[in-house]
Design a protein around this ligand. Structure first.
Ligand SMILES: [Zn+2]
Length: 433
């Protein structure tokens, strides 16, 4: 789903999925490493153990992983410029003015705004389609990461658009009520409303949104479920909510997540994880996921992103006022509270978040590192953890530079994760099998 085609999906669903649903660990499990790579030395050496694990991804496979991930850096920039072009189609080529005419056929200003917002969502989706079809369909197939046919991909994309409109259009319409009624303080109300909206979506997502895209069912009875539940109880987690979902219909990646908010929080494993990983590896992943829950990452995420959202809205207010004062007449925007400014507002949000990427990535990556450490303590499976980290590295660059990791990584790199696991192992050799 494209950031620029769905404004609200950026600040609401996009952020909520990143922060709260924490789609943390996607793994493409294909090779068959054994956990013996680090067990042959009598004196355990963290550096050489880490190096041994890293050297299991080499040659063409390493190049493919680096190329996929580094291509993502370029795509972020392309996405930003593409978004600027989309905004200019609305503002300079007159598409926005035509939408305003259509919306103007009804009397009520809120209804006018709602119609304009829905038209904007639809047309921005259409204009962004060429880039999204390349990024999300062709490129994923090029790297062997997607299981979707084109028709299935399109259906899912349209479902996403539908959810975006149903949830996002009323939200944006309310934002314009705030813009009209609260004057220059609108951004305070807008930021507060956005945070509440994110919490609301995060609460609804596991129960009402995720099942639109995947089938969720309770994990079947058996040894694995017993072990996961035992691990959950040992960490004081309410033991009922362990689900499996059929991600294999979309992707080859293995994943698990903690999603939801308050009473809808749940832990879910995807079927790729269950089918492709050993019980030890599943436990290593579940330990990490339980870490997110026990360490209250959802609530901390609300606070961290809440602060960021206030800063973003303050900048947005400043930039909107400046631009509308100088370019408003040419772009058909009468004032800051005129819904005709929505394409500009959408672009500015993506522009600000683009430059905030190192900050948002670092906020998420820090939680991921904490969850890794928790997972090592909970599952006590450092080699299984390292193997999973190598699986993840098939599409996430395994050994980036320090600043590259700070700027572009929303999860720790394979090197950092494996070093952490091997340090843990070195200090808990008696606990390891
Ligand atoms: Zn995580």
């Amino acid at each position: 789903m494209k950031k620029l085609s769905l404004l609200l999906l950026i600040i609401c669903i996009g952020l909520s999925l990143q922060t709260f649903a924490a789609p943390v660990d996607s793994i493409q499990a294909t090779d068959s490493l054994t956990a013996t790579a680090t067990q042959t030395t009598t004196v355990f050496n963290v550096d050489s153990a880490t190096h041994q694990w890293l050297s299991t991804l080499n040659g063409a496979a390493r190049e493919k992983s680096d190329s996929y991930f580094e291509g993502g850096y370029v795509l972020q920039v392309v996405n930003l410029f593409y978004g600027l072009l989309v905004a200019l189609v609305f503002l300079k080529l007159g598409l926005g003015k035509q939408m305003k005419c259509i919306a103007g056929k009804v009397q009520n200003v809120n209804l006018q705004n709602l119609i304009y917002v829905i038209l904007y969502f639809l047309l921005a989706w259409v204009l962004s389609f060429p880039l999204s079809v390349y990024t999300d369909y062709f490129r994923e197939h090029q790297y062997g990461l997607s299981n979707l046919t084109f028709v299935d991909w399109l259906i899912q994309n349209l479902q996403g658009l539908g959810v975006g409109i149903i949830l996002g259009a009323p939200m944006v319409t309310f934002l314009y009520v705030a813009l009209r009624k609260t004057g220059q303080r609108w951004w305070l109300w807008g930021a507060s409303g956005s945070i509440i909206f994110i919490m609301f979506i995060s609460f609804l997502a596991p129960v009402f949104i995720s099942p639109i895209f995947n089938k969720y069912e309770a994990l079947e009875e058996g040894k694995l479920k017993d072990e996961i539940l035992a691990m959950a109880r040992a960490n004081d987690i309410s033991a009922e909510n362990v689900y499996r979902f059929d991600a294999s219909k979309q992707t080859k990646r293995v994943s698990a997540n903690v999603s939801g908010f308050a009473s809808t929080t749940r832990i879910s494993l995807n079927d790729n994880l269950l089918n492709r990983c050993t019980p030890e590896e599943i436990k290593a992943v579940m330990g990490h996921e339980m870490g997110h829950y026990v360490l209250n990452h959802v609530y901390k995420g609300v606070i961290e992103f809440g602060v960021l959202i206030f800063i973003v809205f303050a900048l947005l207010n400043w930039a909107l006022n400046k631009l509308i004062a100088t370019r408003g007449a040419a772009w058909g925007i009468e004032s800051i509270s005129d819904v005709a400014g929505l394409p500009l507002l959408a672009f500015l949000i993506s522009f600000i978040f683009f430059f905030a990427t190192p900050v948002t990535n670092t906020m998420i990556r820090t939680q991921e590192m904490e969850a890794d450490q928790f997972g090592l303590n909970a599952a006590r499976e450092p080699d299984a953890e390292a193997h999973v980290d190598m699986m993840l590295s098939e599409y996430r660059k395994v050994d980036p530079g320090k600043w590259e990791e700070i700027f572009f990584f929303d999860h720790p790199s394979g090197r950092v994760r494996i070093e952490t696991a091997m340090k843990w192992k070195a200090e808990h050799l008696k606990d390891c099998k």
